[in-house]
Structures are given as C-alpha cells and as structure tokens.
Write a protein that binds this ligand. Structure first.
Ligand code: NAP
Length: 309
C-alpha cells in the first residue's frame, strides 16, 4: 500500500510517500480502508521527536491519529462490524496512523459515521472533538449557566469547544485573532477578545467558572490564565500547566485526550443533526502531507487540513 512515513525523527523533510506493507488485523483489531485523515499539531510534535521521552515510536512510523474510512477486515474475536461499514476513530498515538491506504485500529476505537456526515470531513473530528468534549465535560464538569473562557478559540479544538459550550448553555468568552473572529462568533461565542490587540489577562472579563487553555503558553502565562478562574473553579489546559497551584480551591487539570467511541458517537450524532459544524479549511491528497507538516512548522496552515487518501 502507499503510505507517508518517517524513518527518523526530524523536520518535515523526513516524511516520505512510499510503499509500505499492508497491515493484517490481529486479535482485537479492525482493519480500516482509509478515506481520509487530518493533520493535528501533535503529529508534528511526534515527528520532530519532541515527545519521544514519553511516547516512544517504532520507526518507520505512519503519522495521522484521526481516521475516517470503511471496515476492510476483522481480527480474531472482533464482531459487530460489516465489511464496508463507514467508521471514524481516534487512533493510539504510538501505533501507525492513517496517512496510508490502510490502518489498524483497536476494536473499541471506531464508531459508525452516520448518514448526513461527509466521510472525508469526518476525519477532521475525532482528535479535536474528543479534546473539546473531554475538556468541557469530563475535566471541567461544565453546567448550564456557567461562565467559560476558551483561550485559543480560533483553532480546530477551540471551534468545537466554543460550539459545545454554547450548546450546553454556558456563557462563552473566546480569544480569537482577526482571521478567526467571525467564525468563532458564528460558533456561539458571547464575547470575543482579540488577543492580537489585548492580552486576555488584561481584557477584564474574569472570573470564569471554567478556563480552557488551548494555546502553548509559557508557564508564567498559564499562571496568569489560571488566575482568571473563579474561586472553586476549574482550569483545564491542553498545553502548558501552571507553575504552581493557583490556590483558592481552583482545580487544575493538564489533560491528555483519549479515545472514547461513545463520546465520538455523540459528537458524530451532533454533526449529523447540524448541531456541530466541522470547519475544514482545505482537503489535500496524501502526497501533500509533507508540505502540510512544513506549513504547520512555519505557522502558516490556513486551518484544519484533511488529507484525502
Ligand atoms: N493535551 C491534549 O490532549 C491535546 C489535544 C489536542 C490538542 N492539543 C493542543 O492544543 C493546541 C490547539 O490544538 P488545535 O488542533 O486547535 O490547533 P490549531 O488548529 O493549529 O489552532 C491554533 C490556533 O491557536 C490560535 N492562537 C495562536 N496563538 C494564540 C494566542 N496567543 N492566543 C489565542 N489564540 C491563539 C490561532 O487562532 P487565530 O486564528 O484566532 O489567530 C490558531 O489558529 C495545540 O497546541 C495542540 O497540540 C492538546
């Protein structure tokens, strides 16, 4: 099969589109014929070797933790999937990913893609949608009527976080730059802070019952963000933790997204019902993935990028 892989950690130049062995499903695994994957910032961190101390990869490695495609084979002991069923999944970070014609998923990872959801665009959902859901509800315990700050709402995770918080009945304050402001407002943000003009810590809308940080801040900036959390509130960071316990009964969570087929099912149902929008900035073919990594490294990706296989 064709796959984009890297044989060593490094810059985007290490990515090559080449022939690789087609995997065979072992016990407890599903073989998925890939329709699409999508780029996530973690793909670049893994490729550069920045996470190798905590997440050692077997090289060569196929990137791509999001997959949408169709069931092509079942390993021993796996039942319940028909050949050709449309599925999406968030794949384990350390296994081979979906920048290939076929990928293996643990049997518990995939969820059916319902009618009304474009299979290619579904590849934009798993990682960012699960991160948003888990930040708000699993870690943040969000309730209707609460005040939420989403720092980094212009990104792919942020867009889903704003939509889900708004739908849950929260009052949403969001930081977004000029290129994302209109989209974030359309997602239901009640108040926007243009972080390119006013630092969120100076914007004066605190306190918040829940602060979700999606920007790779310095520890000092994380401390300042945590200080915007109300007494007894929750500070959830998907990036940098604060350098110290903020006190005042503020609970701090440094989250790591995990696969959860039931949560993914709920998210896909929302997409099908028109309650959750997938913002796909561009669709590119598999051989373009090295260029996508290069663009991401330069900070010039235009938004969520889906890779069509
Ligand atoms: N821990 C976890 O489990 C987990 C899971 C998923 C993602 N993450 C991390 O979460 C972060 C966001 O992921 P993503 O997929 O949403 O990335 P993304 O789509 O690349 O979003 C990046 C966005 O951040 C915004 N931004 C940059 N600097 C900012 C600042 N100083 N203040 C406010 N917004 C700023 C920009 O939006 P504008 O267009 O508004 O300028 C940019 O579009 C990444 O660092 C990723 O690695 C962690």
């Amino acid at each position: 099969m064709k796959a984009v892989r890297y044989h060593q950690y490094g810059s985007s130049d290490v990515l090559v589109c080449e022939d690789a062995p087609t995997p065979a499903p072992g016990p407890g695994q599903v073989l998925i014929k890939v329709a699409a994957t999508s780029f996530n910032p973690a793909d670049a961190l893994l490729r550069a070797g920045h996470l190798r101390q905590v997440l050692a990869l077997e090289l060569p490695h196929v990137p791509g933790v999001d997959v949408a495609g169709s069931v092509a084979g079942l390993g021993a002991g796996v039942t319940g999937w028909a050949q050709g069923a449309a599925v999406a999944a968030f794949l384990p970070l350390t296994g081979d990913g979906a920048a290939a014609q076929y990928v293996l998923a643990p049997a518990e990872a995939p969820d059916a893609v319902p009618d009304g959801v474009d299979l290619i665009d579904a590849a934009a959902l798993p990682g960012v949608g699960l991160t948003a859901w888990q930040a708000l509800f699993e870690h943040g315990g969000l309730q209707a009527g609460q005040r939420v700050l989403v720092n980094g709402a212009g990104g792919a995770v942020g867009g889903h976080t704003v939509q889900l918080a708004h739908r849950a009945g929260a009052t949403v304050t969001a930081t977004a730059g000029p290129r994302s402001a209109e989209r974030v407002r359309g997602h239901g943000a009640d108040r926007l802070i243009d972080y390119t003009r006013t630092p969120v810590t100076d914007a004066g809308h605190a306190p918040f019952d829940l602060v979700v940080n999606l920007v790779p801040t310095s520890p000092h900036d994380s401390d300042a963000l945590a200080a915007l959390t109300a007494d007894g509130g929750v500070f959830v960071t998907a990036t940098t933790p604060p350098s110290a316990d903020p006190g005042r009964g503020v609970r701090t969570v440094r989250m790591a997204v995990r696969s959860d087929a039931a949560q993914l099912s709920g998210l896909l149902t929302r997409v099908a019902a028109g309650q959750l929008r997938l913002d796909v900035a561009q669709r590119l073919p598999l051989p373009e993935l090295p260029a996508v990594h290069a663009q991401a490294d330069q900070g010039s990706l235009p938004g969520k990028t889906v890779i069509v296989v």
